[in-house]
Design a protein around this ligand. Structure first.
Ligand code: ADP
Ligand code: MG
Length: 245
């Protein structure tokens, strides 16, 4: 983990072009609240990667974003941080005295169990100084009934693979997307390569149309473009090329 993190500092991406505005050299320059900055610092992140520096301000403004950057460029925190920030600003975090506000605000779809677990791990690490709760909804070992019970507690964020989420939607077993404010399609190219197109369409239809949507992909193409048209509204397009990574 430390070695992976170190590779960013070696690449001195301060010198790469970031397109517009001032270069963001440290996380504190982004409009993130103190608990999140502490969370980021606690896992050893100092500078945002280029995709994070570009996406976070746009996503914090409430716009839909579709972003492409190669694998390993830090896309997970690029969507987690602004979403967590916006949930906190809107009074999320299901603390005891705010139970009546408990609702699932964000849904993150990833292609595989492993990627979902990594995403949840990063959210819990970044969020350890917040009240935010996340649930992992993937196929495999965990019993579907215990997942349904966890969903009924209305975690702020649900990180899911499409197949298992559909199972819960079809069985109306606990999942409630009525108050959803944020939808993330992570690794969109792989979601499509793995044949999840119909599942994603069905899930997008189940989400409120008033929402912020973010799509991340290593590669773009016709099928990803179709998915963007289906699930995003007037998205800001962000691209970090391999040489700028
Ligand atoms: P991607 O989704 O673009 O493939 P990830 O979000 O999985 O990339 O991040 C790749 C690796 O980089 C992870 O190990 C992550 O912890 C690390 N990382 C992400 N952002 C930073 C940062 N700002 N500083 C240091 N390391 C980072
Ligand atoms: Mg990723």
């Amino acid at each position: 983990e430390a070695a992976k993190a170190a590779k960013y500092f070696d690449q001195s991406h301060f010198h790469s072009s970031q397109g517009v505005g001032e270069k963001v050299e440290v996380f504190a320059q982004l409009n993130l609240s103190r608990p999140l900055l502490r969370g980021v610092a606690s896992i050893g992140f100092v500078s945002p990667t280029p995709i994070q520096a570009k996406v976070i301000p746009i996503a914090l403004s409430g716009r839909d974003v579709c972003a492409s950057a190669q694998t390993g460029s830090g896309k997970t925190a690029a969507f987690l941080l602004p979403i967590m920030e916006r949930i906190i600003q809107r009074g999320g975090g299901n603390t005891k005295n705010k139970k009546h506000l408990a609702a699932t605000r964000a849904l993150i779809l990833t292609p595989t169990r492993e990627l979902a677990a990594q995403c949840l791990g990063m959210m819990n690490a970044i969020g350890k100084f917040t009240d935010l709760r996340a649930a992992l909804i993937v196929g495999g070992s965990k019993n579907i009934n215990s997942q349904a019970a966890e969903l009924r507690t209305r975690p702020d964020v649900v990180v899911a693979t499409p197949g298992r989420l559909i199972d819960h939607l079809v069985n109306s077993s606990g999942v409630d997307l009525d108050d959803l404010e944020f939808l993330v399609l992570d690794e969109a190219d792989r979601l499509l390569d793995l044949g999840f197109q119909d599942e994603i369409h069905e899930i997008v239809k189940s989400c409120p149309s008033e929402r912020q949507s973010l799509l991340f992909s290593a590669t773009m193409g016709t099928k990803v473009d179709e998915l963007i048209k289906l699930s995003l509204k007037r998205p800001v397009r962000v691209h970090v090329s391999a040489k700028d990574k």
